[in-house]
Design a binder for this molecule. Structure first.
Ligand code: PEP
Ligand code: MG
Length: 671
C-alpha cells in the first residue's frame, strides 16, 4: 500500500469540479483508492463520497492506494492534486449561459410595475408572462407505502437510467445540448459505487427506505457544506433519488399535473426533471425562490424561450393558486394582482413579445440587412459539435466564436491532435461553406488543467492565460494549430487568438502558423485576434495591419476596463458592456480595423443584448456573434433598424457618462 498526505490548494476546497477530476482520474486505476480528511473517509472513485468529505481549502488529506497499479496511481493523483485538479471557481473562459437581456429597447415596451405588490427577483430568461399563479410542490411520497415497493432497487435504477437516457436525447435533439448534460450527470450519480453500496447495506430497512436514507444523508451532508456549487449537486442527488423511488413504488414519472389553462409556475426550487416534464404549452413563466441566473432552471428556461425570474422574495410562495400576476423576465419583477390598466398593458406587451419571437423564428433565414441596405452578419457562439448543428438550424451566418475549451476540460490528459482534428473537421463540415472562427485554447491560472503544471497565482485573471499560456507551452499550442490547419481543408475555418495584449504575441503566433502550414502544405488561413484586453483595444491601430479580423470579447473587455470581476454576482448589475468607457474602446477598435480594410466583430454577450445592438451597428460593427437562441431575434432586430438613424445615436452614446445613461438614451430613442 502507498500513501501520501497532500494539502488541497483549491480556493474553494474539494468542490464539484476538482472532485470530478479526481474521481475520473481515480477510476482509471485498478487499485483501491481512499481519501481521509479529519475523521471522514471517502472512496476516491465515488463522486458522492468525495463531495461529502467537505475538504476546504488548505485541508490536509491522506490518500491511500492499494493494488497492482498503486505506484502510477499515487504518482498521477499527487501531480493532479498539486496542479489544482482543473479547478474553476470563476466563469472566465467557461462557456457562458445565454445572457439575460437587460432591457428590450427596440422590442415591445414593458408595463410599469404597480408600486404595490411588486416582488423582486433577478431576470433569468427574457420575456413577459401574464397569467394565474400555480404553486408547484413536488408530491411527498408516503413512507408507509415503502414496504410495498413493486420494483426492486436494481430494476428501478435500470429503468431510471433508461428514462434519463431518453431525456438526454430529447434535450440534445431540442437545441438543449448543454442542458442535456444535466441528465448525463444524473446517470453518473446512479452508477456511484459508494451510494449503491450504502443503499444495499441497510438491510434492516425496506429497500425503498434504505435508498431514500442513503440519498438523504448524502444530499444533506453535501448541502451543509455551505457552498453554492455543491448545493446544486445536492439538488441533483435528491432529484435522481426521487426518480428511482417513484419507480420502485410504481408511480408515474410525472408527480403532478398542471391545470388545463396555462399558468405562471412559482416554486421554491425546481429540479431539472420537474422542468423537463412540464408541457411548455402550459407554462407561461417560472418564478423561483432559490437559485441564481446560472441555475439549471434559468438555463433551461432560456433555452425553451420561457420567461423566468429567480431569487424571488419568499413572499411569492404565500400566493394562492389562481392569483393573477405579471412576471417580467427582463427586469426580474413579479407584479401581484395588478390593476386592470397595468394588466392590459402587460398582456399587450406579452402578445407582442410572443409575436415578435415567432415572427423572428419564421424569418430567420432572411439576411440581417437594415432598412437602408446595410448588411450585418449574425453568427453564433458555439462550444460543441451539437452547437454547430443548432447554429445551422437557427440560420446563423457562421460560427463567430468556437470556444475550444470543451475539448480540454474535465479530463486528465490533453486531447491528441487526431482527436482535435476530427472534431474541428466535423464542425467545419456541418457548417458547410460558412465561416467558423476557431479560438485557440483560452485557459489559464483561473482554471488550470490537471495535465498542465501551473504556478499558483495571486491574481489568476491577470496571470498566465490565453495566448500567453499557449506561447509558453509550444507543444500544446502546436498540436492544436496542426489539428485546425488539417481540418481547414474540409470547410471555411479561421483562427483566432484570445487575450492578446500586444503585437509581439501576434507575430510569435503567426510565425508558428506559417511554419506549420509549410510543414503540412496547408492553404492560407485567415488569422484574427480577440480584443478583450484594454491594451489591445487602445493599440488596435497598430495591430490591425497584421491581422485579418478583430473580434471584441466584451465579457473580458468590460471586466478589465471597469476592474470588475465578471463572475461577481454583487457587481453583476454594474458589469455592463454599454459603459461609455467600454464603448470608446469598441469604437476605436472598429475605426482602426476599417482604416486597414479589416473586419470588426463582437463575440461577447453584449452582442445579444437588444439595447446594445443598435449602438454596436451604429458604431460600424460588421458581425455580431451571439448565443444560439438569440440568432433569429437579433437578425429580426437588425432588419428593423436604419443605419443612418443609429449612427448618430451611437455617437451620442460615446458622449454619455454612465451605462445607465446609454440605456436610457437608447430607450428614449426607440420610444
Ligand atoms: C469574452 O471575453 O467576451 C469572450 C467572448 O470570451 P469568453 O467569454 O470565452 O472569455
Ligand atoms: Mg474572454
Amino acid at each position: 500500500m502507498k500513501q501520501i498526505e497532500l494539502v488541497i490548494q483549491n480556493p474553494t476546497g474539494l468542490h464539484a469540479r476538482p472532485a470530478k477530476v479526481l474521481v475520473t482520474l481515480a477510476k482509471q486505476f485498478k487499485s483501491e483508492i481512499s481519501l481521509q480528511y479529519e475523521s471522514k473517509r471517502a472512496n476516491a472513485k465515488s463522486m458522492v463520497s468525495v463531495l461529502t468529505l467537505g475538504a476546504v481549502s488548505g485541508s490536509c488529506i491522506l490518500i491511500q492506494v492499494n493494488g497492482e497499479d498503486e505506484d502510477s496511481a499515487i504518482r498521477e493523483i499527487e501531480a493532479a492534486v498539486r496542479s489544482g485538479l482543473g479547478d474553476n471557481d470563476s466563469h472566465a473562459a467557461a462557456p457562458q449561459p445565454a445572457p439575460v437581456a437587460k432591457s428590450l429597447a427596440t422590442t415591445p415596451s414593458e408595463p410599469t410595475p404597480a408600486t404595490l405588490g411588486v416582488l423582486k427577483g433577478i431576470g433569468a430568461a427574457p420575456g413577459i408572462a401574464v397569467g394565474p399563479v400555480f404553486h408547484f410542490r413536488p408530491a411527498e411520497l408516503d413512507e408507509n407505502s415503502f414496504i410495498d415497493a413493486k420494483v426492486s432497487l436494481p430494476e428501478a435504477i435500470s429503468q431510471a437510467k433508461e428514462q434519463l437516457t431518453l431525456l438526454h436525447q430529447q434535450m440534445a435533439g431540442k437545441k438543449l445540448g448543454a442542458e442535456a448534460a444535466i441528465f448525463e450527470a444524473h446517470i453518473e450519480l446512479l452508477e456511484d459505487p459508494e451510494l449503491l453500496e450504502a443503499a444495499q447495506a441497510a438491510a434492516n430497512q425496506s429497500a425503498a427506505k434504505a435508498w431514500k436514507t442513503a440519498i438523504e444523508e448524502r444530499a444533506a451532508a453535501i448541502a451543509a457544506l455551505n457552498d453554492p456549487t455543491l448545493s446544486a449537486r445536492a439538488a441533483d442527488l435528491r432529484d435522481v433519488g426521487q426518480r428511482v423511488l417513484r419507480l420502485m413504488l410504481g408511480l408515474s414519472e410525472k408527480g403532478i399535473s398542471l391545470p388545463a389553462n396555462p399558468v405562471v409556475i412559482v416554486a421554491r426550487e425546481l429540479s431539472p426533471s420537474d422542468t423537463a416534464s412540464f408541457d411548455s404549452e402550459h407554462v407561461l413563466g417560472f418564478g423561483i425562490v432559490e437559485g441564481g441566473p446560472t441555475s439549471h432552471i434559468a438555463i433551461l428556461a432560456r433555452a425553451l424561450g420561457i420567461p423566468a425570474i429567480v431569487g424571488v422574495e419568499e413572499a411569492m410562495l404565500a400566493l394562492a393558486d389562481g392569483v393573477p400576476v405579471i412576471l417580467n423576465g427582463n427586469d426580474g419583477t413579479l407584479t401581484v394582482n395588478p390593476d386592470p390598466d397595468v394588466l392590459a398593458r402587460a398582456a399587450q406587451s406579452q402578445r407582442r413579445w410572443l409575436e415578435y419571437r415567432r415572427f423572428a423564428a419564421e424569418q430567420a433565414a432572411l439576411p440581417a440587412v437594415t432598412t437602408d441596405g446595410h448588411h450585418v452578419d449574425v453568427t453564433a457562439n458555439a462550444g460543441s459539435p451539437a452547437d454547430a448543428a443548432e447554429a445551422m438550424k437557427m440560420s446563423a451566418d457562421g460560427i463567430g466564436l468556437l470556444r475550444t475549451e470543451f475539448l480540454f476540460l474535465e479530463r486528465s490528459t490533453a486531447p491528441t491532435e487526431d482527436e482535435q482534428f476530427s472534431v474541428y473537421r466535423a464542425i467545419a463540415e456541418t457548417m458547410q461553406s460558412l465561416p467558423v472562427i476557431v479560438r485557440t485554447l483560452d485557459i489559464g491560472g483561473d482554471k488550470p488543467l490537471p495535465y498542465i503544471q501551473l504556478k499558483a497565482e495571486l491574481n489568476p485573471f491577470l496571470g498566465e492565460r490565453g495566448i500567453r499560456l499557449c506561447l509558453n507551452r509550444p507543444e500544446l499550442f502546436r498540436e492544436q494549430l496542426r489539428a485546425i490547419l488539417r481540418a481547414a481543408s474540409y470547410g471555411n475555418l479561421r483562427i483566432m487568438f484570445p487575450m492578446v495584449s500586444d503585437l509581439s504575441e501576434i507575430r510569435q503566433a503567426r510565425a508558428i502558423i506559417d511554419e506549420l502550414r509549410h510543414e503540412l502544405n496547408a492553404p492560407e488561413i485567415q488569422i484574427g485576434i480577440m480584443i478583450e484586453v484594454p491594451s489591445a483595444a487602445l493599440l488596435a491601430d497598430k495591430l490591425a495591419p497584421e491581422i485579418d479580423f478583430f473580434s471584441i470579447g466584451t465579457n473580458d473587455l468590460t471586466q478589465y476596463a471597469l476592474a470588475m470581476d465578471r463572475g461577481n454576482a454583487s457587481l453583476a448589475a454594474k458589469h455592463d458592456g454599454l459603459h461609455p468607457a467600454v464603448l470608446r474602446l469598441i469604437a476605436h477598435t472598429i475605426e482602426s480595423a476599417h482604416k486597414y480594410g479589416k473586419r470588426a466583430d463582437i463575440c461577447g454577450e453584449l452582442g445579444s443584448d437588444p439595447a446594445a445592438v443598435p449602438v454596436l451597428i451604429g458604431l460600424g460593427m460588421d458581425e455580431l456573434s451571439v448565443s444560439i437562441p438569440s440568432v433569429p431575434t437579433v437578425k429580426a432586430q437588425v432588419r428593423g433598424l436604419k443605419l443612418s438613424d443609429i449612427q448618430p445615436l451611437a455617437q451620442q452614446a460615446l458622449q454619455c457618462s454612465t451605462a445607465q445613461e446609454v440605456r436610457e438614451l437608447v430607450k428614449k430613442h426607440f420610444g
